[in-house]
Design a binder for this molecule. Structure first.
Ligand code: ADP
Ligand code: MG
Length: 323
C-alpha cells in the first residue's frame, strides 16, 4: 500500500464534529473555534526504544499515543477537541496500523476528539500526536497558581506503571493479577479529562504526573514560587505497591510512588475551603482524590516518612537528558 492509500484507508473519515469545516484530505484542516473559548495546544512524541519497547501491542500503543496528549489537556482543564497524528513507520504494515488506529480511535471517541490531520512517513517507529483543546477564556489551570496553605491532591493511585516496568525488567516480582493490573496502568493509562474540566474554578494549579510525582510537583512549586510538604503515608497506591512499601522492597516502592513516570494521574492544588467540593467530585467521578500534603512558603519539596521525618534523598523524576 502506498502513502496515499494508507491515508485513505486508515486515517481519512467523514468528520463527525460540525466544528470541523474541513478534515483530512487537504493541505490543512479547518476548524471553527467556539466563541469565548481559548485554544489549548500540546504535542507529545512516542519513540520506539525510548517510550515503548519494540513489539509493544499496537492497539495499546494507539491508545497510549493519544492518552498522553489527552492527559495534558486534562492538566490544563481543557476539553480536547481535535488531534493530528504524525507517524514514522518502518513499513506499510496494514495489520499493525489497523490495530494502532483501533486503539487510537476507541479512546478518541470516548473523549469526542476528532483526528483532523497528520503526516505519514517511513522511518524508525515514532508516533507524534498534536492535540487541540478548548477552555473558557481565562479558565485554564496552569502550574503557576498554587499558594501557600493550598492542599495538594493526586487522583487515582501512583506508581503502578513504574511497578509494572520494574516487574517486566525483572527488578521485582508480582503475582499474576497484580502484574496484569499494573501493566494495564502502564499500557492503557486513562487520562483524567473529566476531572480536569471539573477542576476549573476549583484548582489553583495542576499538572499531570507523567515523569513522577516529585519531579512534577517540583514543576508546580517552582512555577508557583512556593514549596510543598507531602506525606508518604498519604500517597494513594495499589495494594501490591503498598505491600512493597512496608516490606523489604521499600526503596523500589518509594521510587515507584514518588518518581515513577507514566501514571498520568493529575496532581492539583486547591485551598482548604474546597475540600467538600473535591470530596463530592471524587464521588461523582468514582475516582479517589487524595490529599497528600500542602503548599508551603519555603521554596523546597519536603517528603515526610510515616514518622513525620523528612526523607533525606528524594528519588528523581524522569529526564531524557539527565547526566
Ligand atoms: P501534505 O503533502 O500537504 O503534507 P499529505 O499528503 O502528507 O499532505 O497528507 C494528505 C492529507 O492526509 C492531509 O490532510 C494530512 O493531514 C492527512 N494525513 C496524512 N497522514 C496522516 C496521519 N498519519 N493521520 C491523519 N491524517 C494524516
Ligand atoms: Mg505530509
Amino acid at each position: 500500500m502506498n502513502e496515499f492509500a494508507l491515508i485513505e484507508r486508515f486515517f481519512r473519515r467523514a468528520p463527525r464534529d460540525a466544528a470541523v469545516r474541513l478534515g483530512i484530505g487537504d493541505d490543512a484542516a479547518i476548524v471553527a473555534p467556539r466563541p469565548g473559548y481559548e485554544i489549548a495546544l500540546s504535542v507529545d512524541m512516542l519513540v520506539e526504544g525510548r517510550h515503548f519497547l519494540a513489539g509493544t501491542d499496537p492497539e495499546r500503543l494507539g491508545h497510549k499515543a493519544l492518552a498522553v496528549n489527552l492527559s495534558d489537556m486534562a492538566a490544563m482543564g481543557a476539553t480536547p477537541r481535535f488531534a493530528l497524528l504524525a507517524g514514522a513507520l518502518p513499513a506499510s504494515d496494514a495489520a499493525w496500523l489497523d490495530a494502532f488506529m483501533r486503539g487510537f480511535r476507541a479512546l478518541a471517541e470516548r473523549h469526542a476528539t476528532e483526528l483532523v490531520g497528520g503526516d505519514t512517513t517511513r522511518g524508525p517507529r515514532n508516533l507524534c500526536v498534536t492535540i487541540v483543546g478548548e477552555v473558557p477564556a481565562g479558565a485554564a489551570i496552569t502550574r503557576g497558581g498554587a499558594r501557600p496553605g493550598d492542599d495538594v491532591y493526586v487522583s487515582g493511585s501512583l506508581g503502578d506503571a513504574a511497578l509494572a516496568l520494574a516487574a517486566l525488567d525483572g527488578r521485582t516480582t508480582l503475582d499474576r493479577d497484580a502484574l496484569d493490573d499494573a501493566r494495564e496502568r502502564l499500557e492503557r493509562p486513562l487520562p483524567r479529562v473529566e476531572l480536569g474540566v471539573r477542576l476549573r474554578g476549583v484548582a489553583t494549579a495542576a499538572i499531570d504526573v507523567s515523569d513522577g510525582l516529585v519531579g512534577d510537583l517540583g514543576h508546580v512549586i517552582e512555577r508557583s514560587g512556593a514549596g510543598a510538604a507531602i506525606d508518604v503515608a498519604a500517597l494513594p497506591t495499589s495494594r501490591a505497591l503498598a505491600a512493597k512499601l512496608h516490606g523489604s522492597e521499600r526503596a523500589l516502592a518509594l521510587q515507584c510512588a514518588l518518581a515513577g513516570g507514566d501514571d498520568y494521574e493529575l496532581c492539583f492544588c486547591a485551598p482548604p475551603d474546597a475540600r467538600a467540593t473535591i470530596a463530592r467530585l471524587a464521588s461523582a467521578l468514582v475516582l479517589p482524590l487524595t490529599r497528600i500534603g500542602a503548599i508551603t512558603t519555603e521554596r523546597a519539596l519536603v517528603v515526610r516518612d510515616e514518622n513525620g521525618a523528612p526523607l533525606r534523598a528524594l528519588p528523581r523524576g524522569f529526564d531524557h537528558f539527565a547526566p
